[in-house]
Design a protein around this ligand. Structure first.
Ligand code: AMP
Length: 552
């Protein structure tokens, strides 16, 4: 497929408001694609370049992109920024700028999807001395060969937000429809493979190919997630449940084959280098080939330390020995997804737990079972006293559902409700906050689209303000007066007193008294709260006149 055809499909999808119609359109395109084009198209249409499990990251910041565009259209970088500020969208701005140099289009070298993908690979692989120059060279070459419409979508693809409403769910449904296979089969294969591109290729071969998908070692699996809920609800619905401490650390997925071990973070990044002690502990605790799921906790004098201590180690690339003396890290393993070539995610949790107890000699998170609300509340209080965040209540018969935030796992913790939201914009601060971003615009997710729900300025210490500035300054896509737009990459956990309906934000809701709790840099934007959840919280809140969290 030529890139211009891809761009035309995107343009058409951008003009469609309905989910079903978008799915129809994509499902009609997929069967006509070659086996090589199909996975690339599927990822591109979701605004992704590489499979989610892949260590490759495009890593083109807005700066490099604008510099390349400026060069190609023969203007200054500042002029590119100005255009973006006027039009409010980087894609439209690049399209407009490329249109002004159309006379040279005679020299365009037509690019197809695979060529663009190969260039992205070269960019992602470039490392070390001279890599920035190499990246710039490739991005320039790409833009030099783009017609204006192609430029719009290439820009958005590089910023990984296509704005055409094709999230994972829609693409999954389109694949099922295109190749006449059941949606749950596509979903299941996706959970194991973590790449809808490859899944599409298997869907074309038929249901048997999808059924035969297995988890593979060193290909990280999305983590199963939890919803907030109450002990009483869980026990009423399921009778006996499993109860574990909710550790305030960082999620880890441990892969081992023979002697080779790797650890992946919740964002599926390879963090092995920073965690040699964890590798050592877990390697000594099993001789089998495994994929384990757990939490890494920092311990000082027997008590868990706050989450930030762990995150510091996850980011660490050098000086690990020195850090190791200061913070002791301990793994708590609570699940097993793979054993000696077998995929275990479809087994009931109860069964996985007993396998885990057989194959791992140490570092298993303690588990209680109970069907009694009072007893479980006692366990919850003990967990808080021991310094944990709360408890996790899990359904004993549940399968492991990668990437799913379902009601099979419930988190119970005290305090106000919080939401994990993407930071999509900000405002330059004033007074003491001059020279920094003083407030941040937040968004939730709705079918692949980011919708705003409010701004947060409270609860950010001066020190945090400075580190947030360092983090966000290279993520500015556009600026208008005091307001800036960020490339959506970071997630904030935000507290609030109430959710209100509001015409001021695109979600239709606003947070009352939003308060910054922490930067969730273990979470990626596709893990943020959905509009459905916000709507649900709003509904419950108006129904019961308050939060629905358990209070200690
Ligand atoms: P949250 O990040 O608030 O959505 O809570 C879910 C997170 O709690 C998981 O991603 C884990 O990192 C963490 N967690 C801590 N203890 C457990 C546990 N026993 N089981 C599952 N997740 C846990």
């Amino acid at each position: 497929m030529l890139f211009i055809e891809f761009a035309r499909h995107c343009e058409r999808l951008e003009g469609i408001a309905g989910r079903l119609e978008s799915i129809d359109v994509v499902s009609e395109i997929l069967p006509g694609l070659s086996d090589d084009d199909l996975p690339i198209f599927v990822r591109f249409i979701m605004g992704r370049v590489f499979p989610d499990w892949s260590p490759l990251k495009l890593g083109i910041g807005p700066n490099l992109l604008y510099e390349a565009v400026a060069y190609v259209v023969g203007t200054r970088k500042g002029a590119v920024r100005e255009k973006i500020n006027t039009l409010g969208d980087a894609g439209l701005a690049v399209e407009d700028l490329l249109a002004t140099k159309e006379q040279t289009s005679f020299f365009l070298q037509e690019m197809d999807l695979i060529e663009v993908y190969r260039d992205f690979e070269r960019i992602a692989i470039a490392e070390g001395h001279g890599s920035q120059r190499e990246k710039l060279r490739i991005v320039r070459k790409l833009f030099a060969n783009m017609r204006p419409l192609e430029g719009r979508y290439l820009t958005r693809l590089m910023l990984e937000e296509l704005r055409i409403g094709m999230g994972e769910g829609n693409v999954r449904d389109a694949i099922a429809k295109a190749f006449s296979v059941e949606i749950p089969l596509v979903e299941h294969a996706h959970q194991a493979m973590n790449d809808l591109g490859e899944v599409a290729r298997l869907a074309r071969q038929g249901p048997e190919a999808l059924k035969s998908v297995r988890i593979e070692v060193f290909r990280p699996v999305k983590m199963m997630l939890a919803q907030q809920g109450t002990i009483a609800e869980m026990i009423a619905d399921h009778g006996e449940v499993a109860i574990e401490n909710k550790y305030d650390g960082s999620r880890l997925q441990f892969h081992k084959k023979g002697d080779v071990c790797r650890i992946y973070s919740r964002k599926l990044e390879d963090v092995t280098v920073g965690l040699p002690d964890i590798v050592h502990l877990l390697r000594n605790a099993t001789g089998r080939d495994v994929i384990l799921d757990g939490e890494t906790v920092a311990i000082r004098e027997g008590r868990p330390m706050p989450f930030q201590y762990v995150i510091r180690r996850f980011r660490r690339k050098h000086g690990v020995d020195l850090m190791r003396e200061k913070i002791e890290l301990v793994p708590y393993i609570f699940d097993i997804l793979y054993l000696d070539g077998e995929t275990l995610i479809d087994l009931p949790f109860e069964r996985r737990r007993s396998i885990l107890e057989e194959v791992l000699s140490d570092h298993i998170a303690p588990q209680y079972r109970s069907s009694d609300v009072d007893e479980t509340e006692g366990i919850y209080r003990d967990a808080l006293l021991a310094g944990h965040e709360g408890i996790m209540v899990k359904v004993l018969s549940s399968q492991y559902r990668p990437g799913i935030r379902g009601r099979q796992w419930i988190k119970v913790k005290p305090g106000v409700d919080t939401l994990d939201l993407a930071v999509v914009g900000g405002e330059w601060g004033e007074g003491r906050r001059a020279g920094f971003f003083g407030s941040f615009l937040l968004a939730c997710m709705d079918q692949g689209q980011l919708l705003t729900v409010g701004k947060v300025a409270t609860g950010i210490s001066d020190e945090m303000l400075a580190s947030l500035f360092a983090l966000f300054k290279d993520k500015v896509i556009a600026q208008k007066g005091k307001e800036v737009t960020f490339e959506p990459e970071y997630v904030f956990e935000v507290g609030y007193s109430e959710i209100q309906t509001s015409p001021n934000y695109s979600s239709g809701f606003a947070l009352r008294f939003p308060r910054f709790v922490r930067l969730r840099d273990d979470k990626s934007v596709d893990e943020i709260e959905t509009l459905d959840l916000i709507r649900e919280r709003h509904r419950r809140q108006s129904g019961s006149g308050g939060g629905f969290e358990e209070i200690a």
